[in-house]
Design a protein. Structure first.
Lengths: 124, 169
């Protein structure tokens, strides 16, 4: 299982990495914005992507729309402070599979990851 | 300034501190910045635009900022570290993001955080901005949240009605 963390905050990437490692996932790649993520996905071939919305250079929704032009199946969980209904709808339309609002507890993130993978028929 | 905006900042701050830092936080009554002395050593500033235009700044004494970052990340960083600035910035991002997301019927965008570190620095607000300071008290030390709204976007509600849910005496 290869998981890509896309967030401009190293702190959040570190917290997410810790949670994922507790779940037994160790193949983890980090990207600091949408552009960085786009450049890393071809080589890394992620099984799951955790994606922030507000980032410099390229935001999460722009990344998602670009990524979905080539990849319609890799599950993406948006992890963001953006919790307005209009934003959630925009993300779903762009192809997000699940949504976590910051701040999040480890339990909530673990739950969303498990349900997303199960929905997409991906086993560990 | 709209009292709802201040209330949303208080709620968002409580949520971030309880969820990410496992820390209880209380608030003294918000007041105009001119009546509170709130210089800081570490500031994390986020601009917002749209239906509400302005900025919010988390303003910490250095000793508080160091302890808050340690509670947030689980690691001790010194103030020279990029990780320290990143953590302080992310705290502001979550608080401002949470506050603006809970504003009913308002479309607001936020900027990426900017972090300023320097002993007793001041932040100059635009002359047309109305600024309110929210004193925050935690076991790690006290800090302030300064919310400034451009007067063209400020609303008529009196800030004195914005009493925090968990006000400390």
């Amino acid at each position: 299982m290869r998981i890509m963390l896309v967030d401009d905050s190293k702190t959040i990437r570190r917290i997410q990495r810790g949670i994922l490692e507790q779940l037994g996932y160790t193949e983890i790649e980090e990207a600091c914005d949408g552009q960085d993520a786009l450049s890393r996905t071809p080589a890394f071939q992620p099984t799951l992507i955790l994606l922030d919305w507000n980032m410099p250079n390229m935001d999460g929704i722009t990344f998602l729309k670009t990524f979905r032009q080539k990849d319609t199946t890799t599950p993406v969980i948006m992890v963001t402070t953006e919790s307005e209904k209009t934003r959630v709808i925009e993300a779903i339309r762009a192809g997000v599979n699940n949504y976590v609002v910051k701040p999040f507890t480890p339990d909530l993130l673990q739950k969303r990851i498990r349900e997303t993978l199960a929905k997409c028929g991906i086993t560990k | 300034m709209n009292a709802t905006l201040i209330r949303r900042f208080i709620e968002a701050t409580q949520n971030v501190f309880s969820t990410m830092l496992a820390t209880q936080i209380t608030f003294a009554p918000p007041a105009p910045t001119s009546s509170i002395s709130c210089t800081g050593d570490v500031s994390s500033i986020i601009g917002f635009s749209g239906d509400v235009a302005g900025a919010a700044a988390l303003r910490f004494p250095l000793s508080t900022a160091l302890k808050v970052v340690e509670a947030f990340t689980g690691e001790a960083f010194d103030e020279e570290s990029e990780d320290f600035a990143d953590a302080i910035g992310e705290l502001a991002n979550m608080i401002c993001g949470g506050a603006k997301s809970n504003l009913d019927n308002a479309c607001v965008s936020i900027s990426c955080p900017q972090v300023v570190i320097g002993k007793d620095h001041k932040i100059q607000k635009p002359s047309d901005a109305i600024s309110i300071s929210i004193p925050c008290k935690t076991p790690h030390g006290d800090f302030f949240i300064e919310v400034s709204v451009r007067s063209s976007a400020a609303q008529s509600s009196a800030v004195s009605t914005a009493q925090p849910r968990a006000a400390a005496s």
